[in-house]
Design a protein around this ligand. Structure first.
Ligand code: GLY
Length: 360
C-alpha cells in the first residue's frame, strides 16, 4: 500500500510517497515535470536506481560527510553541463541524508534551480533529511555552513530500500521517529514501519509548511537535538545522530521536569518511549557534564544562553536562557552506561518496528 503525504508550499507543493516499491513512480513524475533528460546521482548499487523513462546520466556518489562539500557540488554541476542538462530537465538523488543534502544543493544552484526528486534509502533520510527542502554542505570550518532552501518536486520513500539496512542504521532513523511522540505525533510505537514513516513525515510536513525558513515552529523538529548534537561531538561521532537524539530526548524530559514544566511521570514517559524502540537512554560513562554544557551552549539554535526545545503545559516550545544549574541537575539525574553498551543495539522490544517483518 502506498501512502501519500502532501507537503504544502503553494505552487511549490509536492507529495511524499511512502511504501514498498514506490520508486517505480519515478517515470510518471519525470513525465509530469516535462523533463527530457535526467541526471541521477546515486550512492547505491545500479539495480536500486529505477527507470526514469528519459535519457539518463547516472553519476556515482558516496554517502558520508567527507564528500559533503562544495567540491562535490561543483563536480556534479560540471557533469550536468557536459550532459547538456537544461533548466527544464531534472535531477534525482538516491542515497542517505548526506547524498540528498549535497544533490539538493547542486539542484538548487544549477541554472539557479532545477527540479530535484529525492529517493532516500535510509530511515533517517526518509523521515527527516529528504523532506522540507533544507540542503547544505560542510566547510572545513563546520557542518552545514553553506546551503539553500530548495523544495524537491517529489520524495519517494521506498520501504523496500530499508529491508537490508543494518540494525544501527535503522536505530539512527528510529531516534527521529521516537521524538515525534513529544512534538505532535504520539503513539507511533508498534505501528508498521511504513505507518511510522508516514506519520513522522506528516508531522514534519505540517511544521515545515508553516515555517519553511526555520524562524519559529520548525525549531520543534530539534526536540532532543541540543544534547544529541553535543553527544555526537563529545563521542567523536561514535554515537550516531539518531542515538544522540534518543538520549537527548530522555534528557529533555528530565530537564523539563527539573524546571517544573511537566510532571515526573511525563518526564519518565520520555525514557519509556525511547526505550520502547530499543534506543539508548543513558549518557556514556565518560561524558563530562562540563564538556556537554559547553557544547550545548554553542548549539546553533542557542541565540540566548542555553536553549532547548522543551515539553510544557502548552506542549513543546523553544526555551531560552535555561539556568546552567538546572541543566547540570538534569544531567546528573541521567543514567550512565559504557559507550560500547549504548551503541550495541538492544534486541527490539516486542511490537517495536525495525524488523524486516515490520516493513510493510
Ligand atoms: N532536520 C530539521 C529540519 O528539517 O528543520
Amino acid at each position: 500500500m502506498t501512502r501519500k503525504v502532501p507537503v504544502r508550499f503553494g505552487d511549490r507543493s509536492y507529495e511524499v510517497l511512502i511504501g514498498p516499491g514506490v520508486r517505480s513512480a519515478l517515470p510518471g513524475i519525470i513525465d509530469k515535470l516535462g523533463a527530457r533528460r535526467v541526471a541521477v546521482v546515486s550512492a547505491r548499487p545500479d539495480e536500486w536506481v529505477p527507470e526514469t523513462g528519459v535519457e539518463t546520466l547516472l553519476l556515482p556518489a558516496r554517502d558520508g560527510e567527507p564528500d559533503k562539500n562544495l567540491a562535490t557540488v561543483e563536480a556534479l554541476c560540471a557533469a550536468f553541463v557536459r550532459f547538456g542538462l537544461t533548466r527544464s530537465d531534472a535531477v534525482v538523488s538516491v542515497g542517505g541524508g548526506t547524498t540528498t543534502d549535497v544533490v539538493g544543493l547542486a539542484a538548487a544552484l544549477y541554472h539557479r534551480g532545477v527540479p530535484v526528486v529525492h529517493l532516500p534509502t535510509t530511515l533517517l533520510a526518509q523521515v527527516d533529511a529528504s523532506v522540507g527542502g533544507k540542503t547544505a554542505v560542510n566547510l572545513p570550518e563546520g557542518k552545514n555552513l553553506v546551503g539553500a532552501y530548495w523544495q524537491p518536486a517529489a520524495v519517494l520513500c521506498d520501504t523496500d530500500y530499508l529491508t537490508t539496512l543494518p540494525p544501527r542504521e535503522l536505530l539512527n532513523g528510529l531516534g527521529e521517529i521516537a521524538r515525534c511522540h513529544f512534538i505532535g505525533a504520539p503513539g507511533l510505537h508498534g505501528l508498521p514501519l511504513a505507518e511510522q514513516i508516514a506519520a513522522s513525515v506528516t508531522l514534519k510536513a505540517g511544521i515545515v509548511s508553516a515555517d519553511e525558513r526555520d524562524t519559529g515552529l520548525r525549531h520543534l523538529l530539534n526536540y532532543g537535538h541540543t544534547l544529541g548534537h553535543a553527544l555526537e561531538t563529545a563521542t567523536g561521532f561514535a554515537l550516531r545522530h539518531g542515538e544522540g537524539v534518543a538520549v537527548g530526548t530522555v534528557f529533555a524530559g528530565l530537564l523539563a521536569g527539573t524546571l517544573g514544566r511537566i510532571t515526573p511521570d511525563r518526564a519518565d514517559e520520555h525514557r519509556r518511549v525511547v526505550a520502547s524502540y530499543g534506543l539508548p537512554t543513558a549518557l556514556p560513562d565518560d561524558a563530562e557534564p562540563g564538556t556537554l554544557i559547553e557544547l550545548m551552549r554553542r548549539d546553533k539554535k542557542a541565540r540566548s544562553g542555553l536553549t532547548f526545545v522543551l515539553d510544557g503545559p502548552a506542549g513543546a516550545e523553544l526555551v531560552a536562557d535555561v539556568p546552567e544549574r538546572a541543566v547540570a541537575e538534569a544531567l546528573a539525574r541521567m543514567e550512565r552506561a559504557p559507550l560500547d553498551r549504548l551503541v550495541a543495539p538492544a534486541p527490539a522490544p516486542a511490537g517495536a518496528a525495525g524488523t524486516e517483518a515490520a516493513v510493510t
